[in-house]
Design a protein around this ligand. Sequence first.
Ligand code: HEC
Length: 132
Amino acid sequence: MADKIKVLVILCLLILFLSYSFYLYKLNYSSVHSATTLADKGKILWQTKNCGACHQIYGLGGYLGPDLTNIYSSKGDEHIKAFLHAGTDIMPTFNLSDSEVTEIVAYLKSIDATGVAAPSKLKIKQDGSIER
Ligand code: HEC
């Protein structure tokens, strides 16, 4: 009797697993993840323009430029826009349109709202972990 129950449970789990896998496989990801908000569009620009090659978010990314996690609250949107429109000697100009700049600013604003990151101020212990 106990064996029959085990077989039944395994069969149920198998059916659930297969139907959920099938559901995920058939799910239309483009409609689920379509960029609807300005911040979403800005995130896509962040990725396609490869800003992360030089900049970090929460300390992750390239190290040529500064961490931009809290750039929105620390320096404001006009400062960000100026950099994006003009570039610098080291940072390239990306020839972004006004709407693209607005989208990137919205993305950086949304990142800023997630919390505070100041990785350069963290104290790293000898074993590589971070002191709290
Ligand atoms: C080739 C490397 C590089 C790339 C790619 C790059 N940046 Fe920069 N960025 C820099 C550097 C370096 C600085 C610091 C200013 C300087 O010294 O020229 C900077 C500065 C900035 C600043 C001002 C930061 C501050 O603290 O004042 C913002 C905002 C910024 N970048 C946004 C972006 C965005 C958004 C992208 C992608 C569209 C991007 N950057 C791509 C190198 C880069």
